[in-house]
Design a binder for this molecule. Structure first.
Ligand code: AMO
Length: 439
């Protein structure tokens, strides 16, 4: 017999069932033993009458069983309203130990107060047994599932681009080198060039969800050296506004779905209200953002810093978005071209055709219409002194390439903001940062 998932037990009252999971708790009383079994979906009580002759073997086994061992249990499932845990219990006929846990865990994962984050990350597999931590990944999975679903519905296809690359993809400085036989290779900082290559290949509408690598020595709460990027690229757009529109619609679709399924749980477990955004998302020019931040909140920065959003300005943008637009998202446009990647298109007046998207005061996306005209892209690359490094990329534009654009959305940051978790370390399955590449 196959094990039944614990959340599905309520369809099997009165039947013999087989269940498998971790030993979550044992209460050994004078006349009875209660064992609580846990799988990834729920928990169930297993009740063993000590006085029953035929239970002697099971009683002895439970006497020596350690918490967090795994077991497979066969028994009859009874509906029993007196049992606090889901109103049911299993009366076992067989308990088979499938793995034995050591008695002392490195820490008690059920109550993590006071447990050092580094210790938790060292034993992440224990830390993730905590219900709240485990749940992060269910929600992240749903979020990505529904973003994908939106794109599939709009005729996008998923591609997989290489992560081992011969030349640095965006800028030389933030790239990890790897030894590649008798030469050097690099870990891709972004699928940027390859998603644009897909446009030159006539693919028209693509996306990719994959790892990207950044050799940034920054120890902030929202930077990792490896993270998951949700990258989208599509052709025959008229302007970067088409890109912003698609992204806003995709996010709204996914957040609405996640809210339907998990909204209450997110509020219960993380205390965070999921506000499904309204369309369209508000848009502001960078210079107007600084003007409003000064007018409304007295926030001033030196002119020389106004070519990008400072971390504090980003943070204040949450307040601004709420006060001005009753929204949590804000698109910021009109960044100076000098500060942005060479592949972003500029209009005839040199205005950059790209944007950042902020949610709850944190940048989650960079997007743009790309420069697809061969002469122009060469000019832009030369201006940044990159024409040699990106020679292979420039070829993509020589033989016809549709106008196109796209964006890259940080999945880890998105998860963090959705659940109101303050550090990226807690939402990555395994955090990677300047001081951590283990386990
Ligand atoms: P960008 O470099 O802005 O753009 O990255 C896109 C998004 O990825 C997230 N992000 C990070 N998340 C965690 N740790 C980091 N170190 C980190 N760096 C960035 C952010 C960011 O908005 N090629 C362009 C995208 C495009 O134009 O399509 C790019 O990679 O959420």
């Amino acid at each position: 017999m196959k094990s039944i998932r614990l959340s599905e037990l309520n369809q099997h009252y009165g039947e013999e069932v087989v269940v498998s999971g971790f030993v979550d708790n044992i209460r050994n009383l004078q006349w009875v033993q209660f064992l609580v079994l846990r799988d990834d979906t729920s928990r169930v009580q297993v009740t063993i009458e000590k006085s029953d002759e035929k239970n002697q073997e099971i009683v002895e086994l439970v006497n020596s069983l350690t918490l967090e061992s795994t077991v497979k249990i066969t028994g009859i499932l009874h509906e029993n309203p007196k049992v606090k845990l889901n109103g049911m219990e299993i009366i076992p006929s067989v308990i088979e130990v499938t793995s034995t846990s050591e008695e002392e865990l490195p820490f008690s994962y059920k109550d993590l107060t006071g447990v050092n984050l580094d210790t938790r990350l060292d034993y992440r597999f224990i830390d993730l047994r905590n219900e709240k931590n485990n749940f992060i990944f269910k929600i992240q999975s749903a979020l990505v599932q529904y973003m994908r679903e939106y794109l599939y519905q709009h005729d996008f296809m998923e591609i997989h681009t290489p992560k081992l690359i011969g030349t640095a993809s965006e800028s030389g400085s933030d790239v990890f080198e790897v030894k590649y036989f008798d030469r050097l290779a690099y870990l891709a900082q972004s699928p940027q060039f390859y998603k644009q290559m897909a446009m030159a290949s006539g693919f028209n509408r693509i996306f990719e969800v994959g790892p990207v690598f950044r050799a940034e020595n920054s120890n902030t709460s929202r930077h990792a050296t490896e993270y998951t990027c949700f990258d989208v690229e599509f052709s025959y757009i008229d302007s970067y506004c088409d890109v912003m529109k698609l992204e806003a619609e995709m996010l709204t679709y996914a957040l609405k779905k996640v809210n339907q399924i998990y909204g209450d749980k997110i509020k219960d477990i993380y205390g965070e209200e999921l506000v499904v955004p309204t369309l369209p998302f508000p848009v502001m020019k960078l210079s107007d953002v600084y003007q409003e931040l000064e007018n409304r909140y007295g926030y001033k920065v030196a002119e020389s810093e106004k070519d990008d959003l400072t971390t504090e300005a980003e943070r204040l943008c949450y307040q601004l978005a709420k006060d001005k637009f009753h929204h949590e998202f804000l698109f910021v446009t009109h960044y100076p071209a000098s500060k942005r990647a060479f592949y972003h298109m500029r209009d005839d007046d040199g205005v950059l055709q790209g944007y950042d998207l902020l949610w709850r005061g944190v940048e989650i996306t960079t997007g743009a219409q790309r420069e697809h005209r061969y002469e122009e892209i060469i000019k832009n690359a030369k201006e940044k002194g990159l024409e040699k490094d990106v020679e292979f990329y420039l070829e993509f534009f020589k033989y016809g390439c549709p106008p196109h654009g796209g964006f890259g959305l940080g999945v880890d940051r998105l998860t963090m903001l959705l659940l109101g978790i303050s550090s990226i370390k807690e939402v990555q399955f395994l955090f990677r940062g300047p001081n951590r590449i283990e386990p």
